[in-house]
Design a protein around this ligand. Structure first.
Ligand SMILES: [Zn+2]
Length: 125
């Protein structure tokens, strides 16, 4: 359905110009709405959420490597993201925060939980 971008009047398909405004009619209104919705959904999928807070060092490197080897995108942030997280989660403000896309959060948790605990004695060698 063509419509006038100036006065927003809708016309039948046979019209090309707005008789009131003398401007070309456009037909992209519905497409724009669809694109906006797709963009919103895409933004939601790309939202990064806190997966875990680990001590910086070898353990962090191992976890990051494990997640990446399973196709998980990981962002590391040092020092937490502020008091909000600390208050709400009890995480300390030290170490490394791992962020993953929200869509991969469940998978990432399963990967970490399925991983056998490191035998710390091995690292004392
Ligand atoms: Zn018009």
């Amino acid at each position: 359905m063509p419509w006038c971008p100036k006065c927003k009047a809708e016309y039948r398909d046979s019209f090309n110009m707005c008789s009131e405004c003398d401007v070309d009619l456009v037909t992209v209104l519905e497409v724009d709405d669809a694109q906006l919705q797709n963009k919103d959904e895409k933004d939601k999928k790309e939202e990064w959420v806190l997966l875990i807070n680990v001590a910086d060092g070898l353990d962090a490197d191992l976890k990051e490597g494990l997640l990446k080897s399973c196709g998980i995108n990981v962002i590391r942030k040092h020092g937490g993201i502020g008091d909000f997280v600390k208050i709400c989660t009890g995480f300390s403000n030290t170490g490394v925060d791992f962020y993953v896309p929200e869509s991969q959060l469940t998978l990432a948790k399963e990967i970490l939980e399925s991983k056998p605990e490191l035998d710390e004695e091995e690292w004392d060698l």
